[in-house]
Design a protein around this ligand. Sequence first.
Ligand SMILES: *[C@@H]1O[C@H](CO)[C@@H](O)[C@H](O)[C@H]1NC(C)=O
Ligand SMILES: *[C@@H]1O[C@H](CO)[C@@H](O)[C@H](O)[C@H]1NC(C)=O
Ligand SMILES: *[C@@H]1O[C@H](CO)[C@@H](O)[C@H](O)[C@H]1NC(C)=O
Ligand SMILES: *[C@@H]1O[C@H](CO)[C@@H](O)[C@H](O)[C@H]1NC(C)=O
Ligand SMILES: *[C@@H]1O[C@H](CO)[C@@H](O)[C@H](O)[C@H]1NC(C)=O
Ligand SMILES: *[C@@H]1O[C@H](CO)[C@@H](O)[C@H](O)[C@H]1NC(C)=O
Ligand SMILES: *[C@@H]1O[C@H](CO)[C@@H](O)[C@H](O)[C@H]1NC(C)=O
Ligand SMILES: *[C@@H]1O[C@H](CO)[C@@H](O)[C@H](O)[C@H]1NC(C)=O
Ligand SMILES: *[C@@H]1O[C@H](CO)[C@@H](O)[C@H](O)[C@H]1NC(C)=O
Ligand SMILES: *[C@@H]1O[C@H](CO)[C@@H](O)[C@H](O)[C@H]1NC(C)=O
Ligand SMILES: *[C@@H]1O[C@H](CO)[C@@H](O)[C@H](O)[C@H]1NC(C)=O
Ligand SMILES: *[C@@H]1O[C@H](CO)[C@@H](O)[C@H](O)[C@H]1NC(C)=O
Length: 480
Amino acid sequence: MVEISSSGARSQLRHLWIVSSHRAVFITLWIVGFMSLFLWQRRSVEGFGIFRRAPSPAVVDWAEFDLREFGGVGDGVTLNTAAFESAVTAIARRGGGRLTVPRGAWLTAPFNLTSHMILFLDEGAEILGIEDETYWPLMPPLPSYGYGREHKGPRYGSLIHGQNLKNVIITGNNGTINGQGKSWWIRYRQKLLNHTRGPLVQLLWSRDIIISNITLRDSPFWTLHPYDCKNVTISNLTILAPVLGAPNTDGIDPDSCEDMVIENCFICVGDDGIAIKSGWDQYGISYGRPSTNILIRNVTLRSVVSAGVSIGSEMSGGVSNISMENLRFWDSRRAVRIKTATGRGGYVRNISCRNMSLTNLRIGIVIKTDYNEHADAGFDPKALPVIENITFTGVYGKDVRVPVRLHGSNEIPVKGISFRDMSVAVSYKKKHVFQCSFVEGRVIGTISPPPCENLDIYDEQERLVKRSTSQNNSDIDYDL
Ligand SMILES: *[C@@H]1O[C@H](CO)[C@@H](O)[C@H](O)[C@H]1NC(C)=O
Ligand SMILES: *[C@@H]1O[C@H](CO)[C@@H](O)[C@H](O)[C@H]1NC(C)=O
Ligand SMILES: *[C@@H]1O[C@H](CO)[C@@H](O)[C@H](O)[C@H]1NC(C)=O
Ligand SMILES: *[C@@H]1O[C@H](CO)[C@@H](O)[C@H](O)[C@H]1NC(C)=O
Ligand SMILES: *[C@@H]1O[C@H](CO)[C@@H](O)[C@H](O)[C@H]1NC(C)=O
Ligand SMILES: *[C@@H]1O[C@H](CO)[C@@H](O)[C@H](O)[C@H]1NC(C)=O
Ligand SMILES: *[C@@H]1O[C@H](CO)[C@@H](O)[C@H](O)[C@H]1NC(C)=O
Ligand SMILES: *[C@@H]1O[C@H](CO)[C@@H](O)[C@H](O)[C@H]1NC(C)=O
Ligand SMILES: *[C@@H]1O[C@H](CO)[C@@H](O)[C@H](O)[C@H]1NC(C)=O
Ligand SMILES: *[C@@H]1O[C@H](CO)[C@@H](O)[C@H](O)[C@H]1NC(C)=O
Ligand SMILES: *[C@@H]1O[C@H](CO)[C@@H](O)[C@H](O)[C@H]1NC(C)=O
Ligand SMILES: *[C@@H]1O[C@H](CO)[C@@H](O)[C@H](O)[C@H]1NC(C)=O
């Protein structure tokens, strides 16, 4: 542990005081000494002051710890759970600190973080999750899900876990957190697991979180799961899992979260790249926490089995005010997918997407209202989700089979959807490539391929050209 202190300066002051008998010098030095002590105190409390060494205020003032000081061994074989736990305890006791994980392979069982903590993964550092499930603690189901996602009852906790925390940073010099998920995926497929698999990193009921500049790979289940958190910044992450054979390895799952930024990331995984959620059916409705105020920008996404960005299907607490801009989707099944079902309740509202690039996809933009996967039979079939005010501005692409499929229904119509400036070259048939059913909305400006007849048509200056008379037509063709 390296303490940052100004005791050197203070002993120098004491020495000068002894050799000088001059009263004015004594008073001056007292004032200088008092001032420097005051600034030092203030600096450690607020991360502010004239002695700052680096531009990032959160990092500098906290005690520095190194995993090796706690007996950590980075040989890929030694189990480091006790080292991580002692380090976290030391940081908690001191009220804050930065734990560096140096170059090496650091095998560990799941461990908890604490508040006011920086977990820093140096270049070449890799935290490895132990594969033996008996080391993974079981936790109660999340209240807005009622169950583990795959099995009833408790679920495995995450490799790196936190609850009720404040001010946590997980960052580094592109070090890696590796869940070694392969054995989990195999056991899951062989139905050898009795509980829902654990995520790689999960933070519950926490705020003021930054996760940046690292790589997350091969999670057993969802990779990064912030649940009911506030003020979360996720930046410059690489998230990887095999695109096939790695079930449910979503990249980032903002779940009942508020005030969040996801930016500058590269995500290529075995399920959804980003999946915005807010709880499941009656459990999510009664928990009642929406995901809202989320900005996603400059992210490159690939998902061969699902979608680059999904909203839902668990969205029962509501999802609103989501902005997506400058996203790139490639070699994937779908780009953006909003999925819900009767029984979900909640809403998906005020969503805007700007400047998306699609390359080699099966489907571009999808809304699906019959995603009938329920926690149990206790859902309320009269709890109908609302889908409205969703805008797409600037959708560009090539080699896309079906650029748009908006599948509303009589019970769950899609309202207030709009497309402005779209140019997507289709790779397949020329008919039925902009599919709609129970959709109300409009297109503005140049739209290629030509839109479905459910939508009103406006010109570049937003003047009405033609109002639709067939909003409830259905043109959905799942064979395409
Ligand atoms: C980690 O946190 C969870 C939730 O607070 C708690 O149940 C568990 O005992 C903690 N584990 C350790 C090793 O402290
Ligand atoms: C992203 O993180 C890497 C280290 O992982 C760093 O070298 C690079 O400068 C970061 N880029 C940005 C834009 O922060
Ligand atoms: C970080 O490491 C990953 C995995 O090795 C790599 O794909 C990525 O390009 C690296 N990022 C930076 C900024 O060096
Ligand atoms: C699952 O439960 C069965 C029956 O109780 C038990 O034999 C098996 O060991 C359990 N598997 C795991 C991975 O816990
Ligand atoms: C959000 O979190 C960041 C980083 O932890 C912090 O600097 C900032 O003050 C927080 N913002 C609010 C509004 O709490
Ligand atoms: C990521 O790393 C870059 C380069 O070291 C640094 O400038 C930036 O502040 C880091 N970003 C975050 C959010 O930690
Ligand atoms: C976009 O994100 C990538 C990392 O994925 C980064 O290298 C690049 O600088 C970012 N671009 C902008 C405009 O921030
Ligand atoms: C919508 O979210 C953005 C962040 O992406 C935030 O700045 C804005 O205030 C939010 N709008 C409302 C109405 O809450
Ligand atoms: C959607 O946006 C409108 C206009 O900004 C606002 O009045 C409404 O409260 C928003 N709805 C939600 C659920 O955020
Ligand atoms: C659109 O997104 C691309 C990345 O896909 C980016 O290079 C370009 O600068 C963006 N354009 C605008 C106008 O933001
Ligand atoms: C639609 O959502 C956008 C945010 O995406 C918001 O600015 C706008 O006010 C909303 N319009 C209505 C009619 O709610
Ligand atoms: C379309 O169906 C909705 C019910 O989903 C109904 O309220 C509406 O009047 C219908 N619109 C037309 C133009 O038939």
